[in-house]
Design a binder for this molecule. Structure first.
Ligand code: ADP
Length: 260
């Protein structure tokens, strides 16, 4: 029997090892904590919808046959909550997919055309006007077209919800980066809330946002997509003045991604 030589570590090395270990444990704990929070927030979201559906269906059971007004009100409420639950489920799946598989379908395309296409989809739904600058010269970029359109839809949908009259999209070619600024003249976000708006299920005014249909997942999805492209998204806002969403994206590959 031969004793194996002990791999002696110096005090500094041991200290470094334990430091790395503690750091890893902190990261694992924080990720577990985030998952727990996500499940709890998602459950809360569904619980609220289910409570409304249950409440109205039990009212219908009791008085529904005689009361036509109650029938209408209940049908509307149940329909609204079902749509909401479908939307939240869809967004949760989208977020989970982005965080797990993170596959991007990269192609070269003109961002100006994509912006115009997105504006055409949203403009008919609102009386507030969306402007695009510059809107003539194409700006070529290599990215996942579908996902970048998702980001534009999310940010513009928010801007339309909160703007007073108009939204400006400004494109800036800072080769090798491209910046998209989406500016609205709306109610803005209080400074103390700004650090949290990219968190999943975070809504600045929970009850009011529930009425406007917001789930609080939009900005989390937008951030995941931009980060996958090695880009950056950031918000500046002033209450009762407006909000500016700044997105910066590399114009060309390579950036770190798992291409499908
Ligand atoms: P939601 O689905 O509720 O819109 P988001 O994640 O997209 O969720 O946004 C989070 C919250 O940030 C919103 O609920 C809203 O309170 C606030 N917010 C986002 N964009 C704007 C904006 N342009 N103006 C004012 N508030 C905004």
């Amino acid at each position: 029997f031969r004793k194996l030589p002990l791999n002696r570590k110096s005090k500094d090395e041991l200290y470094e090892l334990s430091d790395t270990f503690n750091h890893m444990m902190e990261r694992i704990e924080s990720s577990v904590q985030k998952q727990r929070q996500f499940i709890s927030d998602a459950s809360h979201e569904f619980k609220t919808s289910l409570t409304i559906i249950e409440g109205y269906t039990s009212l219908l059971q009791r008085w529904g046959l005689e009361n036509i007004d109650l029938q209408r009100e209940a049908i509307d409420a149940v329909h609204k909550e079902s749509i909401r639950m479908r939307q939240v489920t869809y967004q949760m799946l989208e977020l989970a997919e982005l965080e797990q598989e993170a596959k991007l379908l990269i192609s070269g395309f003109d961002l100006v055309s994509l912006c115009k296409e997105t504006i055409q989809l949203l403009q008919p739904l609102s009386s507030k006007k969306i402007f695009l600058y510059p809107s003539v010269q194409p700006i070529q970029i290599e990215a996942d077209r579908f996902q970048i359109k998702q980001v534009l839809l999310i940010i513009l949908d928010n801007a339309l919800k909160y703007a007073n009259q108009s939204i400006n999209i400004q494109l800036e070619n800072l080769d090798p980066h491209l910046c998209i600024h989406i500016i609205d003249d709306g109610k803005g976000i209080p400074t103390e809330e700004l650090p949290f708006v990219f968190e999943r299920f975070y809504r600045v005014d929970r009850s009011r946002n529930r009425q406007t249909g917001g789930s609080g997942l939009g900005l989390a999805i937008a951030k995941s997509i931009v980060t996958l492209h090695n880009g950056n998204i950031q918000i500046n806002s002033e209450q009762n003045k407006g909000t500016v969403v700044n997105i910066s994206l590399p114009m060309r590959k390579p950036f770190n991604f798992n291409e499908s």
